[in-house]
Design a protein around this ligand. Structure first.
Ligand SMILES: *[C@@H]1O[C@H](CO)[C@@H](O)[C@H](O)[C@H]1NC(C)=O
Ligand SMILES: *[C@@H]1O[C@H](CO)[C@@H](O)[C@H](O)[C@H]1NC(C)=O
Ligand SMILES: [Mg+2]
Length: 402
């Protein structure tokens, strides 16, 4: 028995691994059909917890989600369901993973919840435990990672998502790769960069965003995604000073062939400090996918500005400051922000010293093209990526010429 849902597409890969190797019993799941796609996963799974048997929902790639309940014994599960491909592990395995993790230390805390460093099969993993007020972000991020193939070196690597009952309250976990250097925000407080490091970092962020924004067709394809909360706190740094983009709790997806825009149902809005003028004054076209990408580009310009300030030229560097530190208070209101960017059309200050450095002056030019009041005039992520590559090559050339 199966249920067909429209029009959402949920794509849990590798399910066939289990279906093929296991004597499967198709269970009726008619009663859960009316729930939204993401809820069905958990509805099915909670059914299985009533027995020693697990149930799983799978999908077809034809824009219908087919929910097949496959019953497998725990014993078989432990031996048969592993896979390295797809956007993550099969859902069933994700739950098993969550149960094998030991939490070691809390490495971050905020309104969103907590981030822990955990241990899974001898490796460090990051476990983000969402606060109950932010459960919609967990749903959204889980949905996106399970719908879209998002393996990219500049997007935070997803391992598993889990919802459990612990201490009679629901805990929402998102398990991802662990980056010990922490966020770009943390990194820039303590470290400075040289021109090469600045470009490498900027290029890695632009590459991640370009990958999110692009739709790729085919079996290894992905929908186009806009992030909607890009900021230095949502970017992680690795040991070689390259970055990956995290936190897809607000993201929107776009499918070009059907022109379907999936904005999810998270009522949260992005971070005010990074909001584009058209979001602040509410003139953004919320039914048009392009507008979400342009909002990301505005924020990308601000992140590049934060990175450039920490890049040394002629022995000089600015201290770390968040964007607009000089004009808005620490928890700015919409009005604080609106006054500067919409009414006065102010932009972040570009220090004079940048203009005597070839890398920083090129970066400044790029940033300004992210901050046009008219969203459609802004550069695309792909253009920024290409320009940064060009600047990087010319820097290499200067070095070899010397
Ligand atoms: C569960 O509850 C106990 C007692 O209230 C508390 O000591 C413990 O820290 C809780 N555990 C978790 C994971 O919240
Ligand atoms: C850091 O990320 C880059 C990709 O941006 C990758 O090529 C590199 O291997 C990573 N380095 C470490 C130490 O993880
Ligand atoms: Mg975040």
């Amino acid at each position: 028995t199966y249920c067909v849902f429209e029009p959402k597409l949920i794509n849990i890969l590798c399910v066939s691994v289990c279906v093929l190797t296991v004597i499967n019993i198709l269970c009726a799941c008619v009663s859960v059909c009316e729930l939204t796609v993401i809820n069905i996963l958990f509805a099915c799974v909670s059914v299985c917890e009533l027995t020693v048997i697990n149930i799983l929902c799978v999908s077809a790639r034809d824009k219908h989600t087919v929910c097949v309940c496959v019953c497998v014994s725990q014993d078989l599960l432990d031996h048969s369901c592993t896979s390295g491909s797809g956007s993550g592990l099969p859902f069933l395995v994700q739950r098993t993973v969550a149960r094998q993790i030991t939490l070691n230390e809390c490495v971050g805390k905020g309104r969103y919840g907590e981030v822990w460093r955990g241990q899974w099969q001898g490796e460090s993993v990051a476990v983000k435990i969402f606060s109950s007020r932010d459960e919609k972000s967990w749903f959204r991020e889980t949905e996106i990672y399970n719908t879209v193939l998002l393996r990219h070196e500049n997007i935070l690597g997803f391992i598993a998502s889990d919802m459990t009952s612990r201490n009679s309250s629901t805990q929402l976990w998102l398990i991802t790769h662990y980056h010990e250097m922490g966020s770009l925000y943390d990194y820039l407080q303590l470290s400075t960069l040289d021109a090469g490091g600045c470009l490498r970092m900027a290029l890695s962020i632009a590459s991640g965003l370009a990958h999110l924004h692009v739709e790729i067709f085919g079996t290894q394809g992905k929908s186009a995604i806009a992030h909607r909360d890009l900021k230095s706190k949502n970017i992680l740094v690795n040991k070689t000073g390259q970055c990956c983009i995290a936190d897809l709790g607000l993201a929107v997806m776009h499918f070009q062939d059907t022109n379907e825009l999936d904005v999810g149902n998270n009522p949260k809005v992005g971070t005010k400090r990074y909001m584009a003028p058209e979001v602040l004054d509410d003139s953004v076209q919320t039914d048009c996918f392009e507008s979400y990408k342009r909002v990301d580009i505005w924020a990308l310009g601000l992140v590049l500005w934060e990175v450039a300030r920490r890049t040394v030229s002629n022995g000089i560097v600015e201290e770390y400051k968040p964007p607009f530190h000089d004009v808005v208070p620490s928890d700015p209101s919409f009005d604080d922000m609106r006054r500067w960017w919409c009414v006065d059309q102010q932009r972040p200050n570009i220090p004079n010293r940048w203009f005597s450095d070839p890398t920083l002056s090129s970066m400044a030019k790029l940033m300004k093209e992210c901050w046009y009041q008219n969203p459609s005039a802004r550069l695309t992520a792909l253009r920024i990526k290409k320009t940064l590559t060009k600047i990087d090559n010319s820097l290499d050339k200067i070095k070899t010429d010397i």
